[in-house]
Design a protein around this ligand. Structure first.
Ligand SMILES: [Zn+2]
Length: 148
């Protein structure tokens, strides 16, 4: 499903700080991974929204990731972002020496994942969003993550 975006007042220049590196660092809410978040009908990742606005105003499907060239999660400068398949991103991460460890989903995200699943988001789509497998999402949704 492709969403057409309109400019959201929660996404404006006073929400980030322009750094000497050229990064636009999100000043407002950030998630555990450091990505900016804000509210636009639903919870939105700020960098993903920034890139979507800059590339025609449509939000791609969740398996298409907004990746950082600058490796700075709170950065929302569209010039530092590119769309990549999840596989590109994990290859990119292993090139940077961060691969090879299982994704860690913070406890605070568990009720969020459960709620998104209850609202109809598929386990596969949630897996893509959280860089994990549909099986891991299954365990989280059924609340037996600790048993595995
Ligand atoms: Zn940046």
């Amino acid at each position: 499903m492709t969403e057409i975006l309109t400019k959201n007042p929660n996404f404006s220049e006073d929400k980030w700080t322009v750094k000497q590196t050229g990064c636009w660092e999100w000043n407002k809410a950030r998630d555990a991974a450091g990505y900016g978040r804000f509210w636009d009908v639903k919870d939105v990742k700020a960098h993903r929204y920034a890139l979507a606005l800059a590339t025609g105003g449509t939000m791609p499907e969740s398996h298409i990731q907004a990746c950082h060239k600058c490796d700075n999660p709170p950065c929302v400068n569209p010039d530092h972002l590119f769309w990549g398949e999840q596989a590109d991103n994990s290859r990119d991460m292993s090139l940077k020496g961060r691969g090879g460890r299982p994704p860690v989903i913070p406890d605070s995200e568990i009720p969020v994942i459960q709620a998104k699943h209850a609202a109809g988001q598929s386990m596969r789509s949630l897996g893509a969003e959280y860089y994990t497998s549909a099986v891991s999402i299954f365990h989280i949704v059924h609340n037996n993550r600790r048993a595995s």
